[in-house]
Design a protein around this ligand. Structure first.
Ligand SMILES: CCCC(=O)SCCNC(=O)CCNC(=O)[C@H](O)C(C)(C)COP(=O)(O)OP(=O)(O)OC[C@H]1O[C@@H](n2cnc3c(N)ncnc32)[C@H](O)[C@@H]1OP(=O)(O)O
Length: 518
């Protein structure tokens, strides 16, 4: 690994924003005078790439662009503004946040079109991967928040791919759920199109421009969707674009699209891109460089949402796509559910410290949540990592020592903790209720042979009142080696255990209130 040039000259750098402003002309629009999503994706990719290159101080390539929801239609005569900023540099990759707004020139009203996140990688020199300099996070609160969230989004990016593979395994028996006639075969929507990559399609490094590839993909996907509904569908969202490998001037790019599945008011189209250079073209050996799925709907008012005809598959490939679309929908709905239920898991790194924060919105009073959380003996009821928790000593009304026994992880010995819990009521209106936990040593509970005595350095809850019978519970934990086995799945992105524990905590705090009320 070599270090990027700008990194060697200064140790850290703050986020730099790059902006692009475009007037929408007829040449950018479709036959209905609306800005094509493909054109917008091109501009977004260019702006983001320039922000990434400004941070890296060298050429960068797009590795992926996360799911995007388009919230507003942009029309000829309006002006769009695209802002891109590096949120965080990891090792060889960095996340760039892209914020798009549209302004109506006549009324002056500005609306949000979409927010997107792309991952860029500093272009490797030969076989050497390039390490990026870290981002200076001493910026505004917003920048610091994005810096922390970037790490969480990266975890989800990697998690979703694995979650998709796991869920696909569960769906092998979907054969029974195949719809019954009359339905349309997805085969009837197949579209294939070829493009020869010419210099105007390539970026300043000779690679086919990522935004251009996305625009071509959107083009074939729209044709496939319109074959099903017999009208002009609108692109509502895209699932992650992943640039698996490069292509360059002279390559032939073959785009294959077909409807994967139709839901009630939306349809999912899958697009696959294969690249051939001259030799590969003659030998018929393509490179798979990109795949994405796009969600279309038929425009109209919310009250009169139009439905798509039901579809079925007639080939094995069609079956794989059909099932895949159900799995992706499930993942999207899970993400939406998590959002609705207001559970957020954040990972924060600072110097050599790694801290976790889990935020939960709970429909109960802050005082009630505080009283349940401050009695640690109740925690085994909602935290599956707790086997038991006993009170060892009550120093006074506000300080209690507990002995916690936890489950085994990855076949190792079980762990136990002896902690001091301190609780404080708010001093004045607006202050939170505080519950703090840290390890202590007491002679009456010596370490046991069959258990690893582990440490809680700094953990606890803050409970804020946020309205009538609603509160926000924030759980904090500075991760020690003793706590790591219980949270590493979440940090690495292969489990959602913290989200599940948070959901269980919410249920506990809300249900208990009901049983005591009635
Ligand atoms: C002017 C606009 C810019 C453009 O248009 S560029 C043209 C379009 N893009 C391309 O042609 C890129 C094609 N893809 C590639 O060359 C490679 O796949 C690419 C991106 C260099 C990655 O190479 P790999 O060998 O897979 O490298 P790697 O596994 O060591 O990963 C390197 C870092 O990238 C990250 N990464 C790879 N795939 C990702 C993805 N889908 N989403 C998010 N992050 C991803 C990976 O986590 C790693 O990051 P880090 O080093 O841990 O910070």
């Amino acid at each position: 690994v070599c270090v990027c040039p700008a990194a060697s000259s200064s140790s850290e750098s703050g986020p730099v924003e790059v902006q692009m402003c475009q007037s929408i002309l007829p040449m950018h629009a479709n036959h209905q005078g609306e800005l094509g999503a493909g054109q917008l994706l091109k501009w977004m990719d260019t702006t983001a790439c320039l922000a990434a290159e400004r941070h890296a101080g060298m050429a960068c390539v797009t590795a992926s662009m996360d799911d995007i929801q388009f919230e507003e239609t942009v029309r000829v005569g309006q002006v769009i503004n695209i802002k891109a900023r590096v949120n965080r540099a990891f090792n060889t990759s960095m996340e760039v946040g892209i914020y798009v707004t549209v302004q109506d020139v006549l009324s002056g009203v500005t609306k949000r079109v979409c927010v997107a996140f792309s991952t860029f990688v500093a272009k490797p020199t030969g076989t050497h991967k390039v390490s990026l300099k870290p981002l200076d996070i001493q910026g505004s609160v917003g920048e610091m928040l994005e810096y922390s969230l970037a790490s969480e989004r990266r975890r989800l990016r990697l998690y979703n791919e694995q979650a998709f593979k796991n869920l696909m395994k569960d769906y092998n028996n979907l054969q029974d759920k195949k719809p019954v006639a009359p339905v349309v075969s997805t085969e009837l929507t197949r579209v294939e199109s070829i493009e020869l990559v010419l210099p105007p399609h390539a970026n300043h490094h000779g690679n086919t421009f990522g935004g251009q590839i996305m625009a071509w993909m959107e083009n074939v996907a729209t044709v496939a969707a319109s074959r099903l509904c017999g009208c002009y569908p609108s692109l509502g969202a895209v699932d992650m674009f992943r640039f698996r490998g490069p292509s360059s001037v002279g390559d032939r790019l073959v785009f294959k699209a077909m409807v994967n599945n139709a839901f009630q008011t939306s349809v999912e189209v899958g697009v696959r891109v294969e690249a051939y250079n001259c030799e590969e073209w003659n030998e018929g050996t393509p490179r798979h460089i990109n795949s994405a799925s796009m969600i279309y709907y038929i425009p109209g008012r919310d009250t009169e949402k139009q439905t798509f005809p039901e579809v079925t598959y007639t080939t094995l490939d069609g079956e794989r796509r059909f099932i895949g679309s159900i799995v992706r929908k499930r993942i999207r709905m899970h993400a939406e559910l998590t959002c609705v239920l207001q559970v957020g898991v954040y990972v924060h790194e600072e110097a050599d410290k790694l801290s976790l924060k889990v935020e939960m919105k709970v429909k109960t009073t802050a005082c009630y949540a505080f009283s349940l959380l401050a009695d640690l003996r109740l925690r085994p009821q909602w935290d599956q990592n707790y086997l038991s928790c006993e009170e060892v000593e009550k120093a006074d009304e506000e300080e209690t020592i507990y002995h916690i026994k936890c489950t085994t992880v990855n076949g190792s010995k079980s762990r136990d903790f002896v902690v001091l819990l301190s609780k404080r009521q708010p001093c004045k209106n607006g202050d939170p209720y505080v519950i703090a936990l840290r390890s202590v040593t007491v002679a009456t509970v010596p370490p046991e042979e069959n258990s690893i005595r582990s440490e809680v350095k700094c953990a606890g809850f803050l409970v804020h009142e946020i309205g009538y019978s609603t509160c926000k519970v924030s759980y904090y934990n500075q991760v020690t080696s003793g706590v790591l086995p219980y949270v590493e799945g979440n940090i690495a992105g292969w489990s959602k255990s913290m989200e599940e524990t948070a959901m269980s905590c919410i249920t506990f705090l809300e249900q208990d209130l009901l049983t005591t009320q009635f």
